[in-house]
Design a binder for this molecule. Structure first.
Ligand SMILES: Cc1cc2nc3c(=O)[nH]c(=O)nc-3n(C[C@H](O)[C@H](O)[C@H](O)COP(=O)(O)OP(=O)(O)OC[C@H]3O[C@@H](n4cnc5c(N)ncnc54)[C@H](O)[C@@H]3O)c2cc1C
Length: 371
């Protein structure tokens, strides 16, 4: 019976890929490909840096994900309409393809590309933690959610370190409600986190990021900043180089995968793309990636039953965010039923994200006995 099942190849075991793989595990022959040995709950990366004792909670070994399907530890090197070529030399012939390879972000917000085992990633986080512990003055370049959350996690562990965040944008969290931005600024002040917007450095610090070593840098305005360590909180890029050969589709100018409203890769009704790599208008977020994942699940289910993809995805028009500053602070903005947006109460930010950074949700996804 099992041999008759259609093969669904899922490329990338992140937020979207793991959800699609588990949902279809009982209906199709799922083959998930990822170079890592464990799913990384990226939302927890910054706490993992500040608190090595907590860090193992960010990694969920793939071996507990699927009951029937298979996880192959490899990297896709090319994809064509009939299957996936693997960097290790193998090939997966597939009836359905799901591309979910996400994006890369400078360490420590995501593990380094070469640190593909959880053990290796944990040991790098531990080493960077030790560098950070020695540094009294911390400079964070980039005041997006990652830079801000990093500052919050560092402050929670080290009450007295000097923390400066720099961003060239004139305002923090552009596009969010003024009251959310004001609350953020107020909390940063209370935490003694020095946020400087509308400025940038004349050149990057001379030391490697995440490595202790005192340096002095200048801003374009002529200010001097002395610090003992710095972190890079900017510079995301999409993991789509394996598609650059055009064997499946022509990528957009921004290296994203063009998709239609069913999340089919344009021109292929048996191939789908989801999450950060999909050329969609909404912000690159795990929450959107997982909503998209469920659309793909419905569409593949319909096709497995002999129908056509019917479920469609509409990118949200209201920006949303949960931005904890450690376990007891932070701000948020969530959609309201009337289609608007409202500031999220602190208790909501803590309960929905700050307390455990989504750990419990993935404990469930990765423990088949709870399913
Ligand atoms: C520090 C931080 C905090 C964040 N917090 C939040 C948050 O609170 N809420 C939120 O909604 N979003 C958050 N985000 C954004 C969120 O992490 C991304 O939007 C999300 O990871 C995208 O999910 P995805 O499924 O598209 O891909 P990912 O989760 O990035 O997974 C992609 C997977 O593909 C694998 N892969 C890459 N290349 C290949 C290849 N060639 N072959 C096979 N596999 C490959 C990777 O190893 C990885 O496992 C945060 C991001 C960062 C950096």
């Amino acid at each position: 019976m099992t041999e008759m099942r259609k093969v669904v190849a899922v490329v990338g075991g992140g937020y979207a890929g793991t959800l699609i793989a588990t949902e279809l595990d009982h209906e199709a022959r799922v083959v998930l490909v990822d170079p890592r040995d464990a799913f990384v709950n990226v939302a927890g990366s910054l706490r993992a840096l500040a608190r090595p004792d907590w860090a193992p909670q960010v990694f969920f070994p793939y071996r507990t994900l699927l009951e029937h399907g298979q996880v192959i530890r490899d990297r896709a090197s090319s994809v064509d309409p009939a299957g996936v070529m693997l960097a290790g030399g193998g090939r997966i012939d597939a009836d359905y393809l799901v591309l979910a390879t996400g994006s890369s972000y400078p360490y420590p917000a995501r593990p380094r590309r070469m640190a593909t085992s959880a053990a290796q990633a944990l040991s790098e986080l531990r080493a960077t933690h030790d560098q950070l512990a020695r540094a009294e003055r911390v400079l964070i370049l980039g005041a997006g959610p990652v830079g801000l959350e990093l500052a919050g996690e560092v402050r929670e562990v080290w009450a007295h370190k000097r923390l400066v965040i720099l961003d060239q944008a004139a305002e923090v969290l552009p596009g969010f409600l003024p009251e959310v931005r004001r609350a953020l600024r107020r909390q940063l002040d209370e935490l003694g986190i020095d946020l400087r917007t509308g400025t940038y450095l004349t050149s990057l610090p001379p030391t490697a990021d995440g490595t202790a070593g005192t340096f002095v840098v200048s801003t374009v305005g002529g200010e001097k900043i002395t610090a003992d360590i710095w972190f890079r909180s900017f510079g995301v890029h999409l993991n789509t180089s394996y598609l650059a050969d055009g064997n499946l589709v022509q990528l957009t100018d921004g290296a994203a995968v063009p998709v239609d409203e069913h999340l089919n890769v344009v021109g292929h009704d048996h191939a789908y793309a989801v999450g950060d790599i999909a050329d969609l208008a909404d912000a690159k977020m795990a929450s959107h990636a997982q909503t998209q994942a469920l659309v793909v699940v419905e569409n593949i289910r319909a096709q497995l039953a002999g129908g056509r993809p019917r479920s469609s995805y509409q990118p949200g028009s209201v920006p949303r965010i949960l931005l904890p500053l450690g376990t007891s602070g932070g701000v948020g903005q969530l959609p309201t039923p009337d289609g608007g947006a409202a500031a999220a109460p602190l208790a909501t930010v803590i309960q929905r994200k700050g307390a455990d950074l989504f750990t419990s949700r993935f404990v469930q996804r990765f423990d088949r006995s709870l399913a």
